[in-house]
Design a binder for this molecule. Structure first.
Ligand code: ZN
Length: 293
């Protein structure tokens, strides 16, 4: 194990000691046989295998942009001290997913589908909330019981681990969550967005966009819907929750951030020599960010 990884493990242990003290009670009473430390180790191993098998965007500008949005949201959670990581997958499908251990993956297709940064923040807040609520490891605990830790044994090649990895690579999803889990991720996501200064209506409009795409281009949102059952009444629930929140003063509203509907300019391939969608995206984002500053 290299030094960097040891430092990370120590950091994680300290972060969770702090989180346990400042717990908001998000996971109180939930059944989970996987410790935070085991969950973060699992995430680290999955991250490495995913990086080898999924087409990740390496361009720092785009990844940093997405990470900045994610980190602002994470800062509102009880796991703010933990080392979260945000990844961009070069994939036209409108999708995002969370895996255990503070990793959130966002497809370029999702970024291109956003009208504004609040919509991107809406989907990311939902995924981060699955992570904070530990829905993935709770589900594994229910499914596999006491065998779960053997099944996830790190450094080996256990079938459960391989099955999870294959599912992520093939479907862009860690698990299909229950209706209750989806509602909890929505509810927390709205609170985290609000705390971070993003307009939570972004979650509503992005969900509406996803539902409308399911009608017009079902293939483009297939993976998202297979892992996140999304219905009109969920949107209504989010809307009702937002109505209960006091309005925020304008300076905290981050809807004016440099992100606009990216199609077709940001999402079309500009490079003539080697068409690379992720590079094109990155260039567009960089321009927008610089213009806005
Ligand atoms: Zn979900």
């Amino acid at each position: 194990m290299e030094i960097g990884r040891w430092r990370k493990v120590i950091f994680v242990l300290a972060a969770f000691a702090a989180a346990a003290c400042a717990s908001s009670g998000v996971n109180k009473g939930d059944f989970n046989l996987v410790s935070y430390q085991e969950e973060w180790q699992l995430g680290a191993q999955l991250e490495q295998d995913i990086a080898r098998q999924m087409p990740l965007v390496r361009d720092a500008t785009l990844v940093n942009y997405v990470s900045r949005v994610g980190q602002r949201i994470v800062n509102q959670t009880e796991l703010a001290q933990a080392p979260w990581e945000f990844h961009v997958v070069s994939d036209n499908q409108v999708n995002a997913f969370n895996i255990p251990g503070g990793h959130v993956y966002v497809n370029t297709g999702l970024i291109c589908a956003n009208d504004n940064v609040a919509e991107l923040a809406g989907v990311m807040a939902h995924e981060i909330s699955h992570g904070v609520s530990r829905h993935a490891t709770e589900q594994l605990s229910k499914a596999y019981g006491a065998n779960i830790l053997v099944g996830l044994a790190l450094g080996g090649n256990p079938p459960i681990y391989q099955q999870l990895l294959a599912q992520i690579i093939a479907g862009g999803t860690f698990a299909k969550f229950s209706r209750d889990a989806e509602n909890e991720a929505d509810r927390l996501g709205v609170l985290y967005m609000y705390g971070a200064g993003y307009d939570p209506h972004g979650m509503v409009t992005m969900f509406q966009e996803l539902i409308s795409r399911r009608e017009s281009r079902p293939g483009s949102v297939e993976n998202f819907f297979s892992s996140h059952p999304l219905t009109e009444d969920r949107i209504e629930g989010v809307r009702a929750q937002i109505q209960q929140l006091p309005p925020k003063p304008t300076p905290g509203n981050r809807n004016d951030e440099p992100m606009r509907r990216s199609e077709p300019t940001a999402c079309r391939t500009r490079s003539t020599s080697a068409p690379n969608k992720s590079q094109t995206l990155a260039i567009s984002f960089m321009n927008e960010i610089f213009v806005a500053r």
